[in-house]
Design a protein around this ligand. Sequence first.
Ligand code: F6R
Length: 602
Amino acid sequence: MCGIIAARLSGAAAPALVEGLARLEYRGYDSAGVALRTGAGGLRVVRTIERVAQLERLLRDDDTLATTGIGHTRWATHGGVTERNAHPHRDCSGELAVVHNGIVENAAALRAELEERGHRFASEVDSEVIPHLIEEARQHGLGLADAVGAAASRLEGAWAVVVLDAEDGRVVATAHRSPLVLGRSIDGDLLASDIGAIAGRVESFRALRSGDVVELDPLGSEPRWTQGGRAVAAPLAMPCTVSNEQLDRGDYPDHMAKEIDEQPAVAERVLAELLPGIAQGEPWRSLALPDFRRIAVVACGTSLHAGIAIAEVFGRLAGIPSTAVVASEAASTYLEEQTLVMAFSQSGETADVLRAVEMLRTPGNPVLAITNAPHSTLARTADAVLPCHAGPEIGVAATKTFTAQVLTGTGLALAALGATGRMPRERVLAAVEDLRRVPELLAQSLRVADRFVPGIAGGLLDAHGFLFLARGAGVVYAAEGALKLKELSYRWAESYPAGELKHGPLALVEAQTPVIVLDGADARLAGNIAEVGARGGRVIRIGGLGADIPALGGSPAPIDAVDWLGPLESVVPLQVLAREIALGLGHDVDKPRNLAKSVTVE
Ligand code: F6R
């Protein structure tokens, strides 16, 4: 996970590195560091186990006037959170500095081998084998780019690596199954794990392909691209469409608040993209995928919930059978022929999803990626891609990307079912009309959530655990509510189909245990609620008029729910509840402990 950045500019590099690292912090925030090339041809390495803001303070007195540097923000895997383990790491000479994102799976064997040959290691991290391997390759007479290629050929796992040579200021980068982009501007070149980190500084960028080695010449000539030591054409340049405004939180106290609030607008944008073509079978037809008999959704976490919601839409609308695959468990999944594999991933870089896609894909079972990152590794490896148009999401907890995934997947379902004759055209058209209500439904839910949830949340801060219950289409949304609460509040939160309560989880309920019920007006829910009430549990109903949080269709400004879609609007009060409780407990809602946004390790 980790974020990496590099700058080779005509002016000072440190501000660009720090700005980029602050934007990459969502990828990990256990430590941060930079290496700057000093005017005298040395390296100034600054590292901290605090956040990027502290790194910025440490660099304020920087008088190196360095124009070239590399930086890193870490999500710890190998080795604890210490300054010694923070990147950049160096070779024995101290002249080569390296930042790495990914996992070197054979690091232990490489390290033993390198130590035997006399290399001295300064940290416990897997990444440190990389500068030493490059050092050796250079001792065998290779230039920096070839030495980086040779070192990479010894690695197993996934990596995006940037190397800085203090001697001549050369910067070389390489990647394998890990994201890295190169942006150019009149001020110089910038490399980053994510285009957002350098947005505003570059107008276009190129995404490194697996195996690419790119060398930035200190004199600013065209970067040199190679693979296996041979020159190759540069990857296609793409325009940078991310704006600084999208990355700023404006007047909001945190990114999560902004991203929750953006959901009606995101829904509007996603539907504006999709709805005009659905009656003609777009976007399904333009994906040029073969017809299917079943679908499998594959994803992790919140994206898995979005996938399950879509699988259920396919089922409700046309009886399409489906399988939901937890990406990290894909090895034990067997799919029938003619299954459309739909991979949901906000980042498009989730290692579990990438591995699952490799395992599940066959000629008869093509992979469709539904992602908010259309240039990501997942998008590049899938047979077809449908972008989600949520805009950059900075808060580690997924909010608006969930809504965008559900609506994008729903649009696709309608188009595919219409185009393959499984849904009559009039029903498709009626469903399209239903979807037009969704932005206002979400806005209504947001107004209700803002009014009712903070007071309720304030009374729940002492609870050490929470139950989330629903029936039918609400079950997956209850699961999403519980996940959000867990990751932000650090309290346990379990979700169950309400009928399961009496088969075990009811034992968890004691006096004042909060039980959040998505009350979708299923008559049997009343019985389940009574079972909780009888044990002293504190029931909080999210439902229509008269509920504790009347956020579902039909509440004060009555926009009717879209029954076949499921209670998408319920996700808003669930997100607000998780955020309010976390804030009440004093937690950082944008950067919950132990987590990162782009999970590039399995
Ligand atoms: C929860 C959350 C995670 C991600 C999961 C998959 O708020 O953000 O559960 O949904 O790590 O990530 P992506 O969607 O990038 O594949």
